[in-house]
Design a protein around this ligand. Structure first.
Ligand SMILES: *[C@@H]1O[C@H](CO)[C@@H](O)[C@H](O)[C@H]1NC(C)=O
Ligand SMILES: *[C@@H]1O[C@H](CO)[C@@H](O)[C@H](O)[C@H]1NC(C)=O
Ligand SMILES: CC(=O)N[C@H]1CO[C@H](CO)[C@@H](O)[C@@H]1O
Ligand SMILES: [Ca+2]
Length: 562
């Protein structure tokens, strides 16, 4: 050692696993370091000496988390002028002085009294002084030095989240990125490998893999099918020390859900559906439902139905119930059991949204046969004519047949029919009908001049079921017979002046007749016998049921008015 009056700062490293010469010298200020060669490597470590003009302010290192029985020796201050007689007193001040770091004022040994945690505090700045023990006169100018807490790998990697949730479409290509998980490590990232993390997958193989450096999880198996397995539980580990033995590790759980793509075509579970419908069903009525199964969900499972063939195409239609994903077969037109008893439809179910990527899994449609049986309904009787017009002469004998109505049961059973007159339409009961054969007869004299038309209604019911009823209008025309004599319209009274002009009409006489035109006018007028030979009056035919009576001098004369 050199004999110069300088203080020597000494660094003693005790049990510094991670301490190395290179590290320490890197951190020294080479320009001021003159005592390289003076390293003294003893059992306890190194003592570094100072150049002549001041302290050598190395950084002292103390390993964190030291839990030995005795306080750990951080290092030793030493001045070259210290002859060892105890006259020099070393004083320590600054961060943690006297609390964490205590100095033996005689020997200059600095001890750490507490366990230090680098993650809590990485370094402490302290000031050293050497004074004369008796006078307290500083023997060296005070100077600062740093105690660095040396990292050990005491922090395991920790993931930002305990659980992750991620989605990836089913059947994604191998290597599709799913999610990136990230762990952090509280240890010193600049020193050693304590914070050097490597990711690996503990659970979830062979479906997924993780990138060792980035924590990116990717798909590792082709054609993963959501319909087979939808959810995967993946466990990712992050390990420090570059993943080597002895490193600390942390794990996270990643729940990966496969999202649906349209990779399944709809399929009918059966090849034929049987349905039946009554011929009495009204158009729009539901006949039955079909359903194609599609294991996909959402719009990938949407199916729409259509009728593509069959002899029932005109009679039936199909709509899609998007709530239940069923095809609803409905009646379009009125059926007739007696005309056609069976229909067949070819129904197609097709996916609405098709993914071009999976077109090879198609076609995304399926067909099924729907067989429909028409059931006979007990239908009401049907009159052979929509209405009847019958004729009967007035004054006919009671019991005269007016005519006949005819109804039939359209059902295969062809039940017997019973006829009756709607009495509301024949309150006076002019007519009767034979319930079995539909013949209508008079039961009361008819007078055309009173009622010319008897517009009645006739019911036909099935003998065994009175509720199956039909009604038809029957208009009965009463034909005229000449049963009314003409009548003068009034009692005529005429006055005539004497010497009045002859051949001038002085009164017009009219007559009428209740009978129909055929049996009424023209009327024949004539003067009664007592006047007929009186040459003074003439009767003149006016051809419209009017006659003029003239004054004349001579003989009767008949003349047209037009
Ligand atoms: C280190 O040396 C340089 C000269 O190379 C000097 O300028 C600097 O002040 C020194 N640093 C310390 C902390 O002594
Ligand atoms: C009765 O029916 C006939 C034929 O349809 C019609 O001309 C006539 O006006 C009807 N009479 C009454 C009172 O409804
Ligand atoms: C029968 C009769 O009354 N004849 C009369 C016709 O008119 C002349 C004169 O106007 C009378 O003298 C007749 O008596
Ligand atoms: Ca699918």
């Amino acid at each position: 050692m050199k004999e110069d009056s300088c203080l020597h700062a000494a660094l003693i490293c005790l049990g510094m696993l991670y301490y190395s010469h290179a590290t320490s010298t890197e951190k020294l200020n080479h320009s001021r370091l003159s005592l390289h060669g003076h390293h003294e490597k003893g059992k306890e470590g190194q003592i570094l000496h100072r150049s002549k003009r001041g302290w050598v302010w190395n950084q002292f290192f103390v390993i964190e988390e030291y839990t030995g029985p005795d306080p750990v020796l951080v290092g030793r201050l030493h001045s070259d002028i210290d002859s060892g007689d105890g006259n020099i007193k070393y004083i320590l001040s600054g961060e943690g002085a006297g609390i964490i770091f205590v100095i033996d004022d005689k020997s200059g040994n600095i001890h750490a009294t507490k366990t230090l945690d680098r993650e809590e505090r990485a370094q402490y700045t302290l000031t050293a002084q050497a004074v004369d023990r008796n006078t307290n006169r500083p023997l060296e100018p005070p100077s600062e030095f740093i105690v660095k807490v040396q990292d050990i790998n005491d922090n395991p990697p920790e993931f930002l989240h305990e659980n992750y949730h991620a989605n990836v479409p089913e059947r994604s290509n191998v290597g599709t990125s799913v999610i990136q998980v990230t762990a952090s490590d509280a240890d010193d990232p600049t020193y050693g490998n304590s914070a050097k993390l490597v990711y690996s997958i503990l659970e979830g193989q062979p479906y997924f893999s993780v990138e060792a450096q980035t924590g990116i999880i990717r798909t590792a198996l082709p054609n993963m099918d959501r319909e087979a397995k939808e959810e995967y539980h993946v466990v990712i580990q992050a390990k420090d020390m570059g993943g080597h033995m002895g490193g600390l590790s942390g794990t996270t759980k990643v729940t990966i859900t496969l999202t649906d793509v349209n990779d399944n075509p709809p399929k009918f579970p059966q090849s034929v559906y049987q349905m039946s419908v009554s011929e009495a069903a009204v158009p729009g009525e539901e006949v039955g439902r079909v359903k194609a199964k599609d294991p996909d969900i959402g719009e990938n499972g949407l199916v729409s139905y259509s009728i593509i063939d069959g002899d029932g195409m005109d009679m039936f239609e199909i709509t899609t119930d998007y709530e239940t994903q069923e095809g609803v077969v409905k009646l379009k037109k009125v059926l007739d059991f007696e005309t056609q008893k069976f229909y067949s439809l070819k129904v197609e179910a097709a996916n609405v949204h098709i993914d071009p990527k999976f077109i090879s899994n198609g076609p995304f449609k399926d067909t099924v046969t729907v067989k429909i049986t028409v059931e006979d309904a007990d239908e009401p009787p049907i009159f052979l004519a929509p209405s009847y017009i019958l004729e009967v002469q007035e004054n006919s004998n009671l019991g005269t047949v007016v005519g006949r109505v005819h109804a039939k049961d359209p059902d295969v059973a062809n039940s017997a029919i019973r006829y009756s007159i709607d009495r509301h339409t024949d309150l006076e009961r002019y007519f009767s009908i034979n319930p079995e054969d539909g013949y209508i007869k008079t039961i009361k004299p008819l007078d055309r001049e009173e009622i010319a038309w008897h517009n009645i209604s006739v019911f036909a019911t099935e003998a065994h079921n009175r509720h199956q009823e039909a009604k038809v209008p029957v208009a009965i025309k009463v034909l005229d017979v000449n049963d009314n004599a003409p009548k003068f319209a009034a009692v005529y009274e005429a006055f005539i002046c004497e010497n009045s002009q002859s051949n001038q009409p002085f009164i017009t006489i009219t007559a009428d007749d209740k009978d129909d035109a055929a049996n009424g006018p023209r009327f024949i007028f004539s003067l009664p016998p007592e006047i007929i030979h009186n040459p003074n009056f003439t009767l003149r035919d006016n051809r419209d049921n009017m006659f003029f009576l003239d004054m004349s001098h001579g003989h009767e004369e008949s003349r047209g008015s037009n």
